[in-house]
Design a protein. Structure first.
Length: 143
């Protein structure tokens, strides 16, 4: 066997996964920990990438708490960055029968998914035994 003469390109894959209590405090903590993790990955708190990913997490976590809460069950946040220009955000909750719908805002709300759609390249849902709402956010490192 001969070694492959082509240089191997290193691929950086970073993930962050954490369970949070299905409470408003859990949603706030999710946003804060994600902002901290992105800063550690080279996307500062005050960068567009840091702000946009934190906004997506804040909105999806708030929806998980408000619409996906099942007593005694947590929600999960997962970030995936493969060294490319996109961070994938996934928020999973226990209410798979309640998929989010982009709707016209009214006095009761409806702005959260519109914000997610505005700052994401794309977003969607994956019904599994639990529900996953995901969004892919464009990112660029500062510097």
């Amino acid at each position: 066997m001969h070694a492959d003469p082509r240089p191997q390109e290193l691929v950086t894959v970073r993930t962050f996964t954490q369970l949070f209590s299905s409470t408003p405090r859990g949603a706030r903590l999710a946003r804060r920990l994600v902002a901290h993790r992105l800063d550690a990955w080279g996307f500062p708190y005050d960068s567009d990438a840091g702000r946009n990913v934190a906004l997506v997490v804040a909105e999806l976590a708030a929806n998980a708490v408000r619409h996906g809460r099942v007593p005694g069950r947590d929600f999960r946040v997962r970030l995936l960055w493969q060294g490319t220009g996109v961070v994938r955000v996934e928020v999973a909750d226990a209410r798979s029968e309640r998929l989010p719908v982009l709707r016209e805002p009214d006095a009761e709300g409806g702005y959260g998914l519109r914000l997610v759609a505005a700052v994401s390249e794309r977003w969607g849902t994956e019904p599994r035994p639990y529900k996953v709402v995901w969004a892919e956010v464009s990112v660029r490192r500062s510097g």
